[in-house]
Design a protein around this ligand. Structure first.
Ligand code: GLN
Length: 471
């Protein structure tokens, strides 16, 4: 029975053209997937596991044993990790089967999955468009109906923005909620593993499985993991499940230039939240505009240091040369793509003597102000915030060539990463035939109330779509 779920996923992948010539969703398939499903079923003694036989897709920067972990980079071509990520171990222990590794922007740097050594992934909703990024392959695998659940990673929006572009659910947990053991480090002060899924309930289920303290990751928190599925059920119970909940609408996330379709879907979703019992209040998070400049100082700084380990000695590919330093140079010049190189240069610059205080230290000061904005509204009676996930719908492949314009995709998501709060993107309808995502942001370790509100909104929007005119 359970092997058939894997078979069905593989058939679906073939039917939608998930391969390199088509949507280009996977960079490697797990050769043992069907056998894993059978042996897990055969060795079970007790009740069925919550994810028994359920195929999951895993972003290529999360370590798995049967397939390489390459971060979408030439520099890690063929690299197979000697250990497995805790999140993968936990999913397997809950019965899940790894179907394959998904395409991504190289080292998770990007918002379109165009910066991959394997070529771009295409959006299943419109293959002329990007799926978002950097977890674009995982979002596409869910949107194409191949898997219910996929793992991604977040440093500035890489789960939520592709979820928004592909019309699926995407969760970034609180910093410290989920172990990063086995997640290839990008910017360690903000990196988190996230989940993409077809429904809020599946996101809650997967998050409940992967969350919690891991002795192998000192940044993982010991807080008890609440029953997130119970929160989802609460959100789906009664006519006004959000009675008593105060939702803030931060004005900085609805700027004048916001895409009209995105704004309209967000206003409809806010009305829906009000009908579900929530009180909507206008609020201000005044330091929001500094998120992108701050992000592009702190994150490249950490990346330049984390990526120093890829020099052709310990991992992946090596380009031979006369001397060791020439070998490093040749390996890194050939192994890293243009965006990764740009980030390493930026990061090395802002950390260099004389510039550290002017850039890195000041950026950290402003990061504290962005975090203080969230603390203030949450201390002021606001339970959750509602915003657009991304400023636009999915754009055409190749249409953004200016790096700074690409960075602006994260204006509404990077704030949660910089301050560590959890956030979820939920599909809130279409604009011009393309999906729009709405974002719910919660206080630190407030995932339960976030899941409850997201489930309520998802249920109400699905009911409205069934009864009303097509959006
Ligand atoms: N788009 C952002 C970047 O390029 C975020 C990436 C991420 O969250 N991994 O850095």
């Amino acid at each position: 029975m359970t092997a058939s779920l894997v078979r069905a996923a593989l058939d679906r992948a073939a039917a939608v053209g998930a391969g390199r010539e088509g949507l280009n969703i996977f960079v490697a398939m797990n050769p043992d997937a069907e056998a894993d499903a059978e042996s897990a079923a055969a060795s079970r003694t007790g009740d069925p596991q919550p994810l028994e036989g359920v195929p999951v897709a895993v972003k290529d920067n999360i370590a798995t044993l049967e397939t390489p972990t390459t971060c979408g980079s030439r520099i890690l071509a063929g690299y197979v990790s000697p250990f497995e990520a805790t999140v993968v171990e936990r999913l397997r222990a809950a019965g899940a089967v790894v179907l394959g590794k998904t395409n991504m922007d190289e080292f998770a740097m990007g918002s379109s999955t165009e910066h991959s050594a394997y070529g771009p992934t295409r959006n299943p909703r419109d293959p002329s468009r990007v799926p978002g990024g950097s977890s674009g392959g995982s979002a596409a695998a869910v949107a194409a109906g191949i898997v219910r659940i996929a793992l991604g990673s977040e440093t500035g929006g890489s789960v939520r923005q592709p979820a928004s572009f592909c019309g699926v659910v995407g969760v970034k947990p609180t910093y410290g909620r989920v172990s990063r053991y086995g997640l290839v480090a990008f910017a360690s002060s903000v990196d988190q593993v996230g989940v993409l899924s077809q429904s809020v309930e599946d996101a809650a289920l997967a998050m409940g499985v992967i969350a919690g303290r891991d002795p192998r990751d000192a940044t993982s928190g010991g807080q008890e993991v609440p029953d997130y599925r119970a929160a989802v059920r609460r959100g789906a119970t009664g006519a006004t499940p959000l009675a008593g909940v105060v939702v803030g609408r931060p004005r900085e996330y609805f700027p004048d230039g916001l895409d009209g379709g995105v704004r309209e879907r967000c206003e409809i979703a806010l009305n829906m939240l009000a009908k579900l019992g929530a009180t909507i209040r206008d609020v201000s998070l005044p330091h929001t505009a500094y998120a992108i400049p701050v992000y592009y100082i702190i994150v490249p700084a950490e990346a330049s240091s984390n990526l120093a380990r890829f020099e052709g000695v310990r991992y992946g590919a090596r380009v031979q040369a006369e001397t060791v330093t020439a070998m490093y140079d040749a390996t890194r010049s050939r192994g890293f793509g243009a965006e990764v190189t740009r980030r390493i240069l930026l990061g090395t610059y802002v950390l260099s003597a004389g510039y550290y205080d002017a850039y890195y230290r000041r950026a950290q000061d402003v990061q504290a102000l962005i975090t203080a904005d969230f603390h203030r509204v949450f201390a002021d009676g606001i339970d959750l915030l509602f915003t657009p996930t991304a400023p636009t719908t999915a754009f055409k492949l190749g249409s953004i060539s200016d790096p700074y314009e690409m960075y602006l995709n994260d204006v509404f998501t990077a704030t949660a990463n910089l301050s560590g709060v959890p956030a979820i993107s939920v599909p809130i309808g279409n604009s011009g035939g393309l999906p729009v995502g709405g974002q719910i942001i919660a206080p630190h370790f407030g995932e339960s109330s976030m899941f409850a509100a997201a489930a309520a909104l998802e249920g109400a929007l699905r009911a409205a779509a069934r009864s009303g005119p097509a959006s």
